[in-house]
Design a protein around this ligand. Sequence first.
Ligand SMILES: NC(=O)c1ccc[n+]([C@@H]2O[C@H](COP(=O)([O-])OP(=O)(O)OC[C@H]3O[C@@H](n4cnc5c(N)ncnc54)[C@H](O)[C@@H]3O)[C@@H](O)[C@H]2O)c1
Length: 363
Amino acid sequence: MKKIKIPLDINPYEVTVGSDILQLISSEIKKKKLFNNLFILIDSNVDLIHGGKIRLNLSDYPAKIALVKIPSGEEYKSFETLNMIYSSLLSENFGRDTLIVAIGGGVTGDISGFAAATFMRGVQYAQIPTTLLAAVDSSVGGKTAINFGGTKNIIGAFYQPKFVLTDLSFLKTLPKEEIISGLGEILKYSFLYDKTFYSLLEKNSENLLSLEERSLEKIISECIKIKSAVVVNDETEKGLRKILNLGHTFAHGYESFLHYSIKHGSAVIVGLLCAFILSRRMGLMSKPNFDKFSLFIKKFNPGFDYSGLDKEELYRIMLHDKKNRQGKIKFVLPIDIGQIAIDCEADKKDVLYTLAEAEGFFI
Ligand SMILES: NC(=O)c1ccc[n+]([C@@H]2O[C@H](COP(=O)([O-])OP(=O)(O)OC[C@H]3O[C@@H](n4cnc5c(N)ncnc54)[C@H](O)[C@@H]3O)[C@@H](O)[C@H]2O)c1
């Protein structure tokens, strides 16, 4: 079992990563002197597969407890689901002394966090991530949100959990596409910080793909440490935190173009490739680095076909991303491991060149 501190000035917390650690909920609540009226929001698929184990773990829980299902799928990270959450909290008489616990992937985590941030002007919450993506990314850092009017994460708040319990036993039941999706973010981290993590990943790529527990525990912990180092220095994304968007400008373009029919992390894998190509094109990344990094990510097939898409339309979609201003797309581009350039403005022709070059790479 590993413990990683997220040492924020105002709301520091700890992430615990290990196998079969669900039973630590009660002790975490006691240790941190949190409110113990539990309002659990659980992903419907997780409830189907793991609900029995979860209920057993909480069978002798000494305070009020409610378990509410969040339907599986990005379309449920919505105002309607939020409405349902507020209504359930009120109808079951939950008050300020509530601890909202999210058990699920990024969808459940994001909407639960936003409900916690806004219900009665903010109640405590905790995260129990059950997807690889949520374990390495969305459960840490305090970004909470819902989608609205066709735009992802457009309504939200920065709101930190009180603790995160990452129980690796949940990950064993993930479909393959969800594992690949988590891998996208893990790959991103390997370029952000130092060569040690990159090498760890290079050596353990097979173990990671097969969810070997010791490698998984180590890799997830390292990702959280990297995210923590970034978030602690820039909690509300004014500068450094932008590096976490490496590969994401292109990824969001593909996701939006394909109407979110692909997994976010899979799009990030292609987005990383595009970031390498654009960085090389703009003279930021050296040829040896480009060759090495593209060979490395070639091992991680994103599992969707992105060839033959209308590149002009993709460009237009990227231009309208909420992070762009004044008709320019801003990219986060890697130069070397741990050397990341932010706010790089690229010409349209270079972006179109990148999209064309990326085609066919993973086939
Ligand atoms: N807050 C942040 O910082 C942040 C960062 C990255 C992504 N996100 C958000 O996260 C969301 C994506 O998260 P996600 O990829 O976890 O998707 P998700 O929450 O939709 O989960 C993916 C699928 O896996 C299923 N599932 C979850 N746990 C399972 C388990 N243990 N076994 C079997 N099936 C399981 C779910 O029912 C769902 O069908 C997006 O909405 C994205 O915007 C947020």
